[in-house]
Design a protein around this ligand. Structure first.
Ligand code: ZN
Ligand code: ZN
Length: 775
């Protein structure tokens, strides 16, 4: 049975596969494969067809295997105040049965599941359920089966990704404006649960410190202002709605009213503006490619959506605003249910189905890929140990398959890095990836010299599984940081051990080109000095102080640093080095370094905040770097903190950055003997020398940074916030300020799990992060 499953999984994994390839991927003997395939064909679990012609290759056309009609499917369920909804889909994602019952009991759930399964037929590979409120009993025990439980917002997000308006997107923020305001996050194609499963609590982002109390225990949360009940209450007011006994207005009525009634329209628009403020913050810091709005008050081009769009336009950085789609969910009340099916399809290798087959049948679900099931108790909404890859199509040049493969490869490398020499069977368990995928990826990693076979770390009973570890090759990894004060270079060996480093003082001038070339020249000199030179296995990564598009490696056309606009720094550096280079934003790389080598070692969801005059940030989700749809994740420096604040280099007023600039602290510099322009150095020297007002100014700067990052931390739910940057150099003042602010203003759920620590890698963080990005 195990071998049958393995074989089926491999077929599902591939979609369409030849017998020979099946043997290679499963490691089974040809005879075994032939025997099992015959059995599975007879049972209808597999089907056989002529392989598609591929470029007119001569010879006998190969016959390929796909899943058969009896291969079964998945079951999804959603239990909300609206009742129980259950559906069953086959492995291609086509819905085969669907039921709805207004009753919300677990017995109703059990009955509907049984009905749907009977109608759909075949084996059920996964059952996924979402509960709006905690069920009265453990649904897993009650139903006598394993159930994957997700939040309703997460499932609705997946529904829109699998079947709706977000099809094919990899960075999506899904907002449901209902009784509360919840948000599901898909980051880099992976569902982001947060460190404690509390991610997405956008409704508890604090808008008003002295606002009304919220059910979470805070004051002035977004949902006290913009949730459906809050909006309906406000709509009612001009019509005497608060009078006892009078029936409350419905959402549908409010929407209809807003079409011709200015007061109602303004109430909805106001809610949209409040939501838009938070969405703009998320656009600037999480940088989704698409924001999906949903809920009973939300209609396409209605007042809420229009106001959200206008507010994002006003408060997000121009490039971000221009590239962030804001759309309305298309699945309505079915979103969560379809999302449960989609999650089920991802949760089992069965889910993949055949891509080609699926496309011809319906279905965006052809993009589905297996999501490893959480090892946590099934009723918990906690994050799985390993984030699940999901296919995404960020750019036309990367196919969903390639993208998925890359993510899986990254997960496997990450597992090897964390656990050292590991048995292949343990890697399957640790990564929760399908076994054939692990076998194949490991072979690829060995072939590419990234991993290698090694001696077993322990002797075990039974058939030994081969051991693997990351290869300790002779390859050099070079991290290059282009910073405000100069170029820092760190050279490490293939295992990441630092061998030597160098620094070249320089300034960023009006033309970035000469600096990039000079930096590359400096790298060559440094390598030569130590008897090295760029060979075929020398790899380079560059840290730059501006957002870089994750795919093109270019700065945006409207970069805040004019000399960078539309420029591809990697091209010039690569031309000098004669080797390809990858270019990544500095905040992102510092986050990676602090997670892999520094203050957040071992944490999987990390926010790095750089406290200095250019305040930046980096996000690590599930151990992986999150660049954002266009590389703008973590741009906290341009979050608006004051409507009529000072002008910022980005051309707008009231960004965080000007409040951290030396000019803003000018008055404090007067305390230093002598004169000269106010600089960060002088300010930090004063703080280090024990000047209390300057220390207090740094504490306040930390408070401001923390307050500004509150929406991000509330929604992202990191385990660790690492505070780095030059402001941390004289002491913990700025870190204390950030901590104080975050603990005070974040939603209680996000604050409860939060640790705020100073960075430990200092000025090497970016270059070390560049080295880490090469592993
Ligand atoms: Zn709240
Ligand atoms: Zn700005």
């Amino acid at each position: 049975m195990v071998r049958r499953d393995l074989l089926l999984a491999a077929v599902r994994e591939a979609g369409r596969i030849s017998r020979a390839e099946l043997g290679r991927r499963t490691g089974m003997a040809r005879m075994t494969v032939t025997g099992l395939v015959t059995e599975l064909l007879a049972a209808g679990l597999l089907a056989e067809q002529e392989a598609a012609a591929d470029g007119g290759r001569a010879g006998r056309p190969a016959r390929s295997l796909t899943l058969g009609p009896a291969a079964g499917g998945v079951v999804g369920a959603l239990v909300t105040t609206d009742g129980v909804r259950v559906a069953a889909a086959d492995l291609t994602g086509a819905v085969r049965a669907e039921r709805h019952d207004p009753d919300t009991g677990l017995d109703t759930l059990a009955a509907l599941i049984a009905e749907c399964e009977a109608e759909a037929g075949g084996r059920t590979w996964a059952t996924v359920a979402g509960f709006a409120t905690a069920p009265t009993a453990d649904p897993q025990q009650y139903l006598g089966r394993r159930i994957i439980v997700r939040t309703v917002a997460e499932l609705s997000l997946l529904g829109e990704v699998g079947y709706g308006v977000a099809t094919g997107q990899s960075d999506v923020c899904y907002l449901r404006i209902g009784t509360g305001i919840d948000c599901g996050l898909l980051l880099g194609g992976v569902l982001h649960h947060g460190a404690t499963g509390a991610a997405g609590q956008i409704g508890h982002v604090q808008m008003d410190e002295i606002g009304p109390f919220c059910r979470c225990g805070h004051r002035g949360c977004l949902e006290t202002i913009a949730s459906t009940p809050a909006v309906l209450a406000a709509v009612e007011t001009p019509y005497g709605g608060a009078v006892a006994g009078r029936p409350r207005i419905t959402a549908a009525r409010a929407v209809a009213l807003a079409r011709h009634d200015a007061a109602a329209e303004r109430v909805l628009a106001d809610a949209g503006r409040m939501i838009g403020r938070v969405v703009a913050d998320l656009a600037n810091t999480i940088n989704p490619g698409l924001v999906v709005l949903d809920g009973p008050l939300v209609e396409p081009d209605g007042p809420i959506v229009t106001a959200v769009r206008e507010t994002v336009q006003r408060y997000a950085q121009p490039e971000v605003a221009a590239s962030t789609g804001i759309l309305v969910g298309t699945l309505g009340s079915r979103a969560g249910l379809l999302g449960a099916l989609f999650a089920g399809l991802r949760a089992t290798p069965a889910g993949r189905g055949s891509r080609t087959l699926a496309r011809s049948v319906v279905s965006p679900v052809s993009l589905a890929s297996p999501e490893p099931a959480p090892s946590a108790p099934a009723t918990s909404v906690a994050a799985p140990m390993v984030a699940a890859p999901m296919v995404a199509v960020p750019v036309v040049t990367v196919s969903p398959g390639e993208r998925e493969r890359a993510v899986r490869r990254e997960i496997l490398v990450e597992a090897l890095r964390e656990s050292g020499p590991t048995a292949r069977s343990d890697l399957v368990k640790a990564t929760l990836l399908p076994r054939p995928a692990v076998y194949e990826l490991l072979a690829g990693l060995v072939h590419d010299g990234i991993a290698e076979r090694c001696a077993p770390a322990e002797t075990r009973a039974g058939r030994p599984s081969p051991y693997f570890r990351l290869a300790t090759s002779s390859a050099l990894r070079t991290g290059i940081e282009i910073g405000g004060s100069g170029v820092r270079v760190i050279v490490a060996d293939g295992a990441g051990q630092v061998r030597y480093s160098g620094f070249m003082p320089s300034v960023l001038s009006g033309d970035a080109r000469p600096l990039m070339r000079a930096a590359a020249g400096f790298v060559l000199d440094l390598l030569r000095e130590h008897g090295d030179r760029p060979g075929p296995d020398t790899r380079f990564a560059v840290s730059v102080p501006a957002p870089v598009h994750p795919v093109t490696g270019r700065f945006g056309e409207r970069s805040v640093l004019p000399m960078f606009s539309g420029y591809s720094p990697g091209d010039d550096i690569a031309a000098v080095l004669g080797r390809p280079v990858q270019v990544i934003n500095n905040g992102h790389l510092a986050a990676l370094a602090e997670t892999r080598r520094g203050a957040a070692l071992g944490a999987r969801d990390v926010l790095y905040l750089s406290a200095d005059q250019y305040a930046g940030a980096g996000l690590i989700t599930g151990g992986r770097l999150h660049p954002g749809a266009i590389g703008y994740a973590g741009e906290v420096g341009h979050l608006n903190v004051r409507e009529v604040g000072p002008f910022c280099i980005c051309g707008r007023r009231g960004c965080l950055t000007p409040f951290l600039s030396p000019a803003y602290f000018a008055a404090l510099h007067d305390r230093l003997p002598g004169d000269g322009p106010p600089t960060e150095e002088r300010l930090l020297a004063l703080a280090a020398a024990g000047d209390r007002p300057v220390q207090r100014a740094l504490l306040d700067a930390g408070r401001l940074i923390g307050r500004t990052a509150t929406p991000l931390v509330t929604v992202f739910n990191p385990a660790v916030v690492v505070v780095g940057g030059r402001f941390t150099e004289p002491g913990t003042f700025v870190v204390d300020g950030v901590r104080e602010s975050l603990l005070r203003h974040c939603s209680p759920a996000a604050a409860a799990a939060l640790t705020v620590v100073p960075a430990t890698l200092g000025r090497d963080a970016e270059a070390l992060g560049a080295i880490e990005s090469l592993s």
